[in-house]
Design a protein around this ligand. Structure first.
Ligand code: APR
Ligand code: ZN
Length: 249
């Protein structure tokens, strides 16, 4: 069992303003592929960078829409894990918590978290590629296997519907990044959970908080190199570590 330094635990539990910053690893114990291993079957031969772009969608809409729709439908069959629930518990017990996620799933919300800042959009918010009109999933055909799937058509302009996620090369949702940076600059403690920290600008968030003097705690089975006295790396799965931050001892 991972030993949690008392100072790190205290920093979370006494935080005036806690930021929780999550990546795909927080959903791993729910059985959700992390972003970089979400390419299976039909898509296994691709790198995410080749599929998660507007150009890829325009080049082969069915291949890209099929990948996202397959992942969305897999999400319908999984549950939030103890990490999601512990984060929702922190939101209920601490005076101020800002939850920022890079994930496009809805597991934070399903665990009871609210006001989730989705920096990379949501797989549950498709919209028209041409006019931006939101699209309803009602009656989406169930996918029996991994396959290419023609995207639905917009009910307003007949354009193709695209996933509601932020693709490489696209701007992040209006205001979300500003709000995330403002919270990182104001917080006195930041939990960075399950992220490889490779995608900018999101990856700057923990460092911004650390530079402003906040206690930054990384939770990841991989060791995260920390360079400051106010940074900690808790090595282990989020589903095991986060509940420990809530226990009284
Ligand atoms: N608990 C905590 N962390 C975990 C767990 C776990 N059980 N399992 C894996 N991890 C860690 C991995 O060690 C890795 O560091 O989660 C991280 C997942 O990294 P990525 O797959 O790169 O996901 P993420 O960091 O969220 O990617 C950022 O890249 O392309 C974009 O939009 C995409 O939002 C995504 C962004
Ligand atoms: Zn349209």
């Amino acid at each position: 069992m991972t030993d949690i330094p008392a100072a790190a635990k205290q920093a979370v539990r006494q935080a005036r303003h806690l930021v929780v910053f999550t990546g795909a690893g927080v959903s791993a114990e729910s059985g959700v592929h992390t972003f970089r291993d979400a390419l299976t079957g039909l898509w296994a031969r691709f790198d995410p960078m080749q599929l998660a772009t507007p150009e890829a969608f325009l080049r082969d809409p069915a291949l890209v829409w099929g990948w996202y729709e397959w992942r969305r439908q897999l999400l319908l069959g999984v549950e939030p894990n103890p990490a999601h629930r512990a984060i929702a518990g922190l939101q209920q017990t601490l005076p101020r918590v800002t939850l920022i996620t890079q994930n496009v799933d809805d597991l934070h919300e399903r665990a009871g978290s609210r006001d989730v800042l989705h920096l990379h959009g949501s797989i549950f918010a498709p919209r028209c590629f041409d006019c931006g009109r939101p699209h309803e999933f009602a009656g989406a055909p169930a996918m029996a296997s991994e396959q290419a799937l023609e995207p639905p058509r917009c009910s307003s302009c007949n354009g193709r519907v695209r996933p509601g996620v932020v693709w490489f090369g696209e701007a992040l949702p209006e205001g979300a990044l500003d709000a995330a940076f403002a919270a990182a600059g104001d917080c006195d403690c930041l939990l960075s959970i399950g992220t490889s920290g490779v995608v900018q600008p999101a990856a700057m968030i923990p460092d911004l908080a650390a530079r402003r003097g906040a206690t930054v705690i990384h939770v990841n089975p991989e060791p995260i190199s920390v360079g400051r006295a106010n940074e900690y790396s808790l090595q282990g799965p989020a589903g095991q570590i986060l509940p420990l931050l809530l226990t009284n001892d």
